[in-house]
Design a protein around this ligand. Structure first.
Ligand code: GLV
Length: 323
């Protein structure tokens, strides 16, 4: 029997084709923009959908589940899944999947390293200086930055993405310390990463802190005012995970009064809103949640999400079920 699938916003063709090739009927939000929860509900009421391919910008909770009782699978086109209420889904027998992949981890790790170098070499500030026609010739003390070689990277979260960041960091000559609820033997053996028992130990000794944890009740505001004060005044904070892991108001203050030296954020606590004051700071680099935005990663995410839908219909066992 043909299945009806709703995709909340256009994703790479490769995933859509996989679904169409299976003979499923696929409807896609015709506008290339984020749907509000009300709009999602409105679309879902139009047909008896069997599955929804959702995005991380969609807030999916009991209101959505109850408005579309025929939908038994929400396949999220993202590694993260904090945009969906997993418990409420479980109560209703609804399956939730995410879309992790080695190429996504790769893209996010590369973006993390790009932010690290951009902060250390002050690339964005310097670019702006040149664009504003302020460059009048070489100066001995202009835009003095930092070397990365020999510095200590503090990884908070050593899953797929953290592991890949460790791979690059080892190659770049950084020492690696890490914290995770689970130890990662691979990064200890292959990249010489040293496990620390607490987040605080990591913060105190690292020159660069990089966050790679999921957003959970236990990780919300993991980096708060008190913890920012534990960091070295010369250190950088990089967040490519989820915005609310960092108390952004505390971060703005810490950067303004130089409690830490700089930050690179790809995600924001109140995204797409940016906390007041952040845009005025020179010592922060802001990218618009694009860490996984490589052709390779996004195509793989589309394939993984589509495969989860197919597996769900064919054998009831999608590989990436998270609830
Ligand atoms: C991006 O943030 C993702 O979760 O895939």
């Amino acid at each position: 029997m043909s299945k009806n699938i709703f995709i909340t916003r256009k994703i790479p063709d490769i995933g859509i084709k996989m679904l169409i090739n299976k003979g499923y009927s696929v409807d896609i939000n015709p506008k290339d923009e984020v749907l509000s929860q009300k709009q999602i509900i409105k679309y879902l009421k139009k047909k008896n959908y069997d599955a929804v391919l959702s995005l991380l910008t969609d807030k999916i909770d009991s209101k959505v589940y109850d408005s579309a009782p025929s939908v038994k699978l929400y396949a999220n086109y993202a590694t993260g899944f904090d945009n969906l209420d997993l418990n409420e889904a479980k109560k209703r027998g609804i399956i939730i999947t995410n879309a992790p992949g080695d190429l996504t981890s790769e893209a996010v790790a590369e973006h993390t390293i790009a932010l690290m170098f951009a902060l250390a070499a002050r690339i964005v500030e310097a670019d702006e200086f040149v664009r504003q026609k302020k460059y009048k010739g070489w100066e001995p003390m202009n835009f003095i930055g930092e070397d990365i070689l020999g510095k200590t990277l503090g990884l908070i979260g050593a899953g797929r993405i953290g592991e890949r960041v460790a791979f690059y960091s080892k190659g770049l000559g950084l020492k690696i310390v890490y914290y995770d609820v689970n130890r990662n033997e691979k990064i200890e053996k292959e990249y010489g990463a040293i496990y620390c028992n607490t987040v605080d130990e990591i913060l105190k000794q690292s020159d660069v802190i990089s966050l790679h944890v999921p957003l959970l009740d236990s990780t919300r505001h993991l980096i708060n005012e008190e913890r920012l004060k534990m960091m070295k005044p010369t250190s950088f904070l990089i967040n490519t995970s989820r915005g609310p892991i960092v108390d952004e108001i505390a971060l703005e203050k810490a950067l303004r009064i130089k409690v830490i030296s700089g930050a690179g954020l790809d995600v924001f606590e109140f995204e797409p809103k940016i906390t007041k004051g952040l845009l005025k700071l020179q010592n922060i680099i802001l990218t618009p949640h694009i860490a996984s935005a490589s052709v390779e990663a996004r195509n793989q995410m589309a394939e993984v999400a589509a495969q989860n839908v197919i597996d769900f219909f064919e054998n009831g066992k999608p590989k990436n079920q998270v609830n």
